[in-house]
Structure formats: structure tokens, C-alpha cells
Design a protein around this ligand. Structure first.
Ligand SMILES: Cc1cc2nc3c(=O)[nH]c(=O)nc-3n(C[C@H](O)[C@H](O)[C@H](O)COP(=O)(O)OP(=O)(O)OC[C@H]3O[C@@H](n4cnc5c(N)ncnc54)[C@H](O)[C@@H]3O)c2cc1C
Length: 436
């Protein structure tokens, strides 16, 4: 089973078990911002910093970019930020435009449909783009390499560099102005690196966050989330669906999503147990669940499937000393609403803009407080609140309450003002306008 991070818990385990951290064999003093993690958030942060004239070193533990494709939805304000980074045209070209989101009841059928076209005139991108997150990270890496090769930006990406622990967050105070200290594992051995600023984009298990003792406040969802990518024409199997569909049911709610290459089916699976052995769930079980969605008269063509344990949690702070947290390292949420990566990329751009001001001496460390306030507000008041409300609504067990929720959704879709406000909120439009 996977967790929703793809991260590592090495540093915490060693620290928690009282094991000494390895002694570094060498030291490196960097006069550059270190971005830890080359996921979608790390890559966008690095490019944004590079474009702002800040030298950057990205450290990624993997030998290359992650190939896992968890997130697949880009919302309008994220597309605007990707426009600033110069990659939006390619994201649109490689992805699918999905303006409509449909809500259904598994037994009663369609309830309501919402159209991001209602945001025409307020955003240059009144639609979602469906594209897997690994494709964005690859596109941004390509851009970084092209621009670095001709000297337009100073960004280097080091693969097979694993951050084991932040030994110190450094300090910006007048009495004690110290760089951050990081312990990294490389193919050559352990290296202690000092850097004036660090942005931790190292996923949900963030060794940076954990080694600095920053607590995550939240809880784990009771069920595991099954995501199956299938080579099927789901729009022929389930009549009238859009590219993005949320389907309510007290026993087996469901999400159907189109990506450029496949349809994806997301379903809940038995309660989460910390020490569960996931060999209890096999491809035959995935088939059985999919046949319950629609029966093509033969087994479904399953391309890939994964089980995820999903948390909803927000870090108690989004910076310590000279280290900023962004993306899943700072907050995690249910994927219902497609907000995790989107808000993470927004964190990364927000962090990059503020660090660029600091780097060029146009602002003082007070901008970090602003970063913490703004981005924690978005994480709690928008991302946590809405993705959790989506989960509650999809699985509502009480028939009367379910009917009430669905009637309200239908009434919202039918009223132009409420329709507009609902799509603006689900796209995080006002969140980004007020709190980037
Ligand atoms: C099933 C599912 C569907 C989802 N769908 C959506 C969606 O449609 N839209 C959306 O917005 N969000 C979605 N999300 C959430 C989204 O996947 C995450 O929010 C997003 O991946 C966060 O990006 P990140 O770069 O912060 O972290 P990650 O993608 O986890 O990247 C972290 C990177 O850091 C590296 N790393 C980790 N530890 C270290 C270390 N010690 N040293 C160096 N490098 C390290 C990792 O190898 C990785 O490359 C979904 C999540 C799930 C589980």
C-alpha cells in the first residue's frame, strides 16, 4: 500500500529510535536556495525562484522524477501561475480541457452539473485541465534544463540526493544569523550542506519537517482510497458523464475522472489499519469492485491500481528559521476536489516570491510570517474544509440528510449566482486572489 506522499520516514525513525545520525564525510557551503524534493511543488518552486534571479539547487532522493501520477486536475488559478512560469500552453496542449463537473447519486443518477465557464472574464482559464502531476514535473524539469543551459536561470537539479535531516533550521535574528544545516545522503556518502534558505517540498512524510519537530495536526481517513486507471471508454459504459464526476453513495461512493491516457476510478476500501497487510486486497478484488460500477461482459482492462492511506492535516507552522514548508510537506487532504497539488503549487509560488524579495534585499524576514498566515489560512479554510465536506457529502448515510444535500446542490446549480460562487470556491479562485 502507498501513502499519499511517496515520501520517506528514515530521518524520523532514526531520530525516534534514538539512533545517531550518520557522520558526514564532507561539507558543502551553498550560497543558493535549496529546494528539497522534485515533485510538482518542488519543480514549480525552483523554476519560479530561478526566474526571479535566485540561484537554486534542487535535491531529489530518487534517481529521476517520480513516475507516480496521483494528482490529475489543474484548477484555473494554478493555470494562471503556470502561465507566469511559461508552461501553461504546453500543459493545456498535453492535457484535456474539463469545464464541467457532474454530481450524481449512485442509485438515483445525475443531480447537478457545474460549469467553470461561469468564470469567463474573471480568469483566463475558465476550465480545469486534466493532466497527471508527473507530466507537469517533467515539463518543468525540461524548461529548467533548457533555460539553465543558455544561462537564463541558475537552477541545478541533483538526483539521488536524499535529505536525511535538517540538523538546524538556521536563524535570521540579529544576534544569531546562521544558515540552515542539512544532512544529505548521496551515492558518494553523507554530506553536510549549509544553505541560506531551504524550501521543503519533500512530501507528506517530509524528513525536513519531521527532523525540525514541526507537528502536523489532523487525522487519517477511516477508509483506504483505491485508484484504478483503466483502458476503457467509461463514457460509453456510464451514460452522460462529464470528464469529472462525483457519485454519492453511503456504502460505495465513487469518483470517475478522465485523464489524457485513461479513465480513473476512485473508490473507498475497508477501514485503514496502521499495521494492515495489503496482500488482503488483490487485482481480483479491484475487478469485483469495477464490475459493480459497470459490467462490460468481460473483465475490465486495468492498467494500474494503487491503494492509498489518506490524511487531512496541517503543519503547526509553515516556516522555522530559514526553512519554509510547501505542498504536502505542510498540509495533506483528501483528494476529493483535487486541491492538494494545486494548493501546494500555490504555496511554492508564494514562497518563491517572498524568498526572492528577501534574496534581493527588498524585504525583511517579516514576509515569512505573512507566508505562514496566508498559506495556512488557505490550507485550513479552503482546502481542508472543502475536501472534507466533499467526503462527508459523498458518503452521507442518513437518507433524509442525503436528500437535503442533493436538493441543495441541484438548487445551487440552477441559480446563476450560487452556481458562480460554488465554482469560484471549488476552483480556489478567491483563496488565491486574497492569500497567495
Ligand atoms: C489518489 C490521489 C489523487 C490526487 N489527486 C489530486 C488532484 O487531482 N489535484 C490535486 O491538486 N491534488 C491531488 N492529489 C494530491 C497530490 O498528489 C499531492 O498534493 C501532491 O503530490 C503534492 O506534491 P508535492 O510536490 O508536495 O509532494 P510529492 O508529490 O509527494 O513530491 C515529493 C518529492 O520529494 C521527494 N522526496 C521525499 N523525501 C525526500 C528526501 N528525504 N530527500 C529528497 N527528496 C525527497 C520525493 O521523491 C518526491 O519527488 C491527489 C492525491 C492522491 C493520493
Amino acid at each position: 500500500m502507498q501513502d499519499s506522499s511517496g515520501g520517506s520516514t528514515d530521518a524520523t525513525q532514526r531520530l525516534a529510535e534514538g539512533m545517531p545520525l550518520p557522520e558526514p564525510g564532507s561539507f558543502e557551503q551553498l550560497q543558493r536556495v535549496v529546494v528539497v524534493g522534485a515533485g510538482p511543488v518542488g519543480m514549480c518552486t525552483a523554476l519560479a525562484l530561478g526566474r526571479a534571479g535566485v540561484p537554486v539547487t534542487v535535491m531529489e532522493k530518487g534517481p529521476g522524477l517520480a513516475t507516480e501520477s496521483r494528482a490529475s486536475t489543474f484548477h484555473p488559478p494554478t493555470l494562471e501561475l503556470l502561465e507566469d512560469l511559461g508552461v501553461v500552453d504546453e500543459v493545456i496542449a498535453r492535457g484535456l480541457k474539463a469545464p464541467r463537473t457532474q454530481f450524481r447519486d449512485r442509485r438515483a443518477g445525475p443531480i447537478a452539473e457545474f460549469d467553470l465557464g461561469a468564470l469567463e472574464g474573471e480568469t483566463r482559464y475558465p476550465f480545469r485541465i486534466q493532466l497527471e502531476q508527473n507530466k507537469l514535473a517533467a515539463l518543468v524539469l525540461e524548461t529548467i534544463r533548457e533555460e539553465a543551459a543558455i544561462g537564463e536561470i541558475d537552477v541545478e537539479v541533483r538526483f539521488s540526493w536524499r535529505l536525511h535531516a535538517a540538523l538546524s533550521a538556521g536563524s535570521t535574528s540579529e544576534d544569531l544569523d546562521e544558515p540552515a544545516r542539512l544532512l544529505c545522503g548521496t551515492t558518494e556518502g553523507f554530506v553536510e550542506v549549509t544553505a541560506p534558505w531551504v524550501v521543503a517540498c519533500d512530501g507528506a512524510h517530509s524528513p525536513v519537517r519531521e527532523s525540525l519537530g514541526v507537528q502536523l495536526e489532523g487525522e487519517t481517513y477511516p477508509e483506504r482510497f483505491l485508484v484504478a486507471s483503466v483502458d476503457e471508454q467509461l463514457d460509453d459504459m456510464v451514460e452522460g458523464i462529464a470528464y469529472v464526476n462525483y457519485i454519492a453513495d453511503p456504502q460505495e461512493w465513487l469518483v470517475l475522472l478522465r485523464t489524457p491516457d485513461h479513465w480513473r476510478v476512485l473508490l473507498p476500501v475497508d477501514p485503514t489499519e496502521a499495521d494492515r497487510d495489503d496482500s488482503d486486497f488483490t487485482e481480483a478484488d479491484v475487478q469485483e469492485r469495477l464490475l459493480g460500477v459497470a459490467d462490460p461482459g468481460r473483465p475490465w482492462r486495468i492498467v494500474q491500481w494503487s491503494l492509498y492511506v489518506v490524511r487531512r492535516a496541517v503543519a503547526e507552522t509553515m516556516f522555522v528559521g530559514r526553512v519554509l514548508l510547501a505542498g504536502d510537506a505542510a498540509h495533506q487532504n483528501s483528494p476529493l476536489g483535487g486541491m492538494g497539488m494545486n494548493s501546494g503549487i500555490q504555496d511554492g509560488i508564494s514562497a518563491a516570491r517572498r524568498l526572492a524579495e528577501l534574496w534581493h534585499d527588498r524585504a525583511g524576514p517579516g514576509v515569512l510570517e505573512e507566508y505562514d498566515t496566508n498559506r495556512r489560512r488557505v490550507a485550513t479554510e479552503y482546502v481542508q474544509a472543502d475536501s472534507h465536506a466533499n467526503w462527508l457529502a459523498l458518503r452521507e448515510p442518513d437518507p433524509a440528510r442525503r436528500a437535503e444535500l442533493q436538493a441543495d446542490l441541484a438548487a445551487t446549480a440552477a441559480d446563476p449566482h450560487r452556481h458562480h460562487d460554488k465554482v469560484a470556491r471549488s476552483a480556489m479562485l478567491d483563496a488565491i486572489r486574497t492569500s497567495l
